[in-house]
Write a protein that binds this ligand. Structure first.
Ligand code: ZN
Length: 69
């Protein structure tokens, strides 16, 4: 189990809820390993703010996990 944090101060708000984003931990699988990743997310609808460094590849795995719920 490994963890990565992408928490950073951001002025962004959720466009739909107009709420400030808060740190949220999500689990994702990448290359058959499970990671806990901290991202800024909307506390109401769960919209994730994805850094470009993560969106480059691993976000595909995150989206698949969320769709399974
Ligand atoms: Zn929202």
């Amino acid at each position: 189990m490994s963890g990565y944090s992408f928490i950073e101060a951001t002025p962004w708000q959720c466009a739909g809820c107009r709420l400030p984003l808060t740190p949220t931990t999500v689990s994702l699988t990448y290359l058959n390993s499970v990671f806990n990743v901290e991202l800024m997310a909307c506390p109401r609808c769960g919209m994730l703010l994805v850094p470009e460094s993560l969106a480059a590849g691993r976000m595909l795995e995150v989206e698949q996990l969320l769709e399974d719920k």
